[in-house]
Ligand binder design. Structure first.
Ligand code: NAP
Ligand code: MG
Length: 399
C-alpha cells in the first residue's frame, strides 16, 4: 500500500507521562503505517524543557506560527510537588500551554467527541457543543480591595492626554469589598474574529452571550465588537447558511439545555470557565474532549483536553496494563492532519483523518471501550486495555 504524501511538516510537540506513552503508540500504530509522516519534532517533556531552560517550548510555538498547524501532547506544569518528584528541575517552569498561547495568541475551542456509546446527561443533546472561552481579562485580571472603615471608593482613569474621568463606585458606612476589572478592545476583537473564523471552519452557528442589560458599557462593548466583526463575515455566513446569534447569558444557558447541540458558544472569560466544565462533564468523559487553539493569523494547535494521566502512568511503570483512553489524542492528530490537508490541498490526507475518526467511533460502537467509557455506559466490567483499544482501531483502519 502506498503511503499518503505530505508537503508541509506538522509541528509535533511531545509531552509527559501516560500521555507520552499513548502519543508514541498512536503515531506508530495509527499514523505511520498509512502516512509518509513529516513532522518537525519538539520534545516538550519536562526534562527536555528543563535541559533547554524552556527554550524548546518557545521554539515549538514559533514553529507552529511559521507552519500554521501543530499537534501537542499533554505536558506537566510543574508545581511544588513536581519539584520534589523531579529534583533535577532548576526552576518551576511555566505552563507550556501558557507559553504557546502567549506566542501564538488566539482562542481555545473545546469540543466533546460525541459517540453513540455515551449518552449525554442532557437528553436533548445530539451533536457536540463547542465552547470558546475568551482567555483574557475580566475577573482574572481584576484588582480587589477591602476596607474596614466607612468611606468612598472611586474609579479614576487618567488618559495620556492628561484628561481624567472619575466615577464613584460606592460610599460605604462600614466594612466593604471592591473590585475593578478591565478588558481590551484588541483582545475582544481577536476573540470575536477567531470565533467567526472557527464557525466558518466548522460550518456551525455561533452564539455569543453576555449580560449587557446590566453591564451596559462593559458587556455592551463586547456585544458591539462582535457585531462589527460579524459584519465582516456576514456574506460568508449567509452563503454557508449559518447564523450568528446574540443573547443574554441566562437565556443562553436555558436555550443550551433545550438545544440539540451542534453550535459554537462564545463565552466571556468567567462564563467560559464555568460553562466549559458544565458542558464537558454533561457530555461524559474528560478523555473525550478535544481542544484547539486558533490564532488570529490562522494558526492551529490541536490537543487532547486532558492532562498527562499521572495515576495511570505510575501503574504502567510498574508493568501493569492500563486502560487509558487514547481517543482525544487520536482526534488531536486527526484534527491536525485534516487541517494540514486542507491548507496544502491534499484531499487524501483529509480523507485519512476522517477515516481515523470513523474508525474510533466504530470501535466504540462495537462495544470496545476503555474503562472511563465503560463506566459511563453501564458496561462496568467489560473494558479493554489501551493497546487492545488501539489494535481495534487499527483493524478498522485497514483499507
Ligand atoms: P488528568 O491528567 O487529565 O487526569 C485526571 C484523571 O482523569 C485521571 O487520573 C483519570 O482518572 C482521568 N483521565 C484523564 N484522562 C484520561 C484518559 N485519557 N483516559 C482515562 N482516564 C483519564 O489531570 P490531572 O491529574 O489534574 O493532571 C496531571 C498532569 O497533567 C499535571 O501535571 C498537569 O499539569 C498536567 N495537565 C496538562 C494539560 C495539558 O498539557 N494540556 C492539561 C491538564 C493537566 P482515573 O485515575 O480515575 O482513571
Ligand atoms: Mg475551570
Amino acid at each position: 500500500m502506498e503511503k499518503i504524501r505530505m508537503t508541509t511538516p506538522l509541528v509535533e510537540m511531545d509531552g509527559d507521562e501516560m500521555a507520552r506513552i499513548i502519543w508514541k503508540q498512536v503515531r506508530e500504530r495509527l499514523i505511520e503505517p498509512f502516512i509518509d509522516l513529516k513532522t518537525e519534532y519538539y520534545d516538550l517533556g519536562l526534562l527536555s524543557r528543563n535541559s533547554t531552560e524552556d527554550r524548546i517550548t518557545a521554539e515549538a510555538a514559533k514553529a507552529a506560527k511559521k507552519y500554521g498547524v501543530a499537534v501537542k501532547c499533554a505536558t506537566i506544569t510543574p508545581n511544588r510537588k513536581r519539584m520534589e518528584e523531579y529534583p533535577e528541575l532548576t526552576r518551576m517552569w511555566p505552563s507550556p500551554n501558557g507559553t504557546i498561547r502567549s506566542i501564538m495568541g488566539g482562542t481555545i475551542f473545546r469540543t466533546p467527541i460525541v459517540t453513540n456509546s455515551i449518552k449525554p446527561a442532557v437528553r436533548s443533546w445530539k451533536k457536540p457543543i463547542t465552547i470558546a472561552r475568551h482567555a483574557y481579562g475580566d475577573v482574572y485580571r481584576a484588582v480587589d480591595m477591602r476596607t474596614d472603615e466607612p468611606g468612598e471608593c472611586i474609579l479614576r482613569f487618567r488618559g495620556e492626554s492628561g484628561k481624567e474621568t472619575t466615577l464613584s463606585v460606592q460610599k460605604t458606612n462600614g466594612p466593604a469589598v471592591f473590585q475593578a476589572q478591565h478588558n481590551l478592545d484588541a483582545s475582544i476583537r481577536g476573540f470575536a474574529a477567531a470565533c467567526f473564523r472557527y464557525a466558518v471552519d466548522l460550518r456551525q452557528d455561533l452564539w455569543f452571550s453576555s449580560k449587557d442589560t446590566i453591564a451596559r458599557t462593559y458587556d455592551g462593548r463586547f456585544r458591539e465588537i462582535f457585531e462589527e466583526e460579524y459584519e465582516k463575515v456576514r456574506p460568508e455566513f449567509e452563503s454557508l447558511g449559518i447564523k450568528y446569534f446574540y443573547t443574554l447569558i441566562d437565556d443562553a444557558v436555558a436555550r443550551v439545555m433545550r438545544s440539540e447541540g451542534g453550535f459554537i458558544w462564545a463565552c466571556k472569560n468567567y462564563d467560559g470557565d464555568v460553562m466549559s466544565d458544565m458542558v464537558s462533564s454533561a457530555f461524559g468523559s474528560v478523555a473525550m474532549m478535544s481542544s484547539v487553539l486558533v490564532s488570529p493569523d490562522g494558526g492551529y494547535e490541536f490537543e487532547a483536553a486532558h492532562g498527562t494521566v499521572t495515576r495511570h502512568y505510575y501503574r504502567w511503570l510498574k508493568g501493569e496494563k492500563t486502560s487509558t483512553n487514547p481517543v482525544a489524542t487520536i482526534f488531536a492528530w486527526s484534527g491536525a492532519l485534516k487541517k494540514r490537508g486542507e491548507k496544502d490541498c491534499l484531499p487524501a490526507l483529509e480523507e485519512f483523518a476522517e477515516r481515523l475518526e470513523k474508525a474510533c467511533r466504530e470501535t466504540l460502537a462495537d462495544g470496545i471501550m476503555t474503562r472511563d467509557i465503560a463506566l459511563l455506559s453501564d458496561r462496568t466490567e467489560n473494558y479493554v486495555s489501551t493497546e487492545e483499544f488501539l489494535s481495534a482501531v487499527a483493524e478498522r483502519l485497514e483499507p
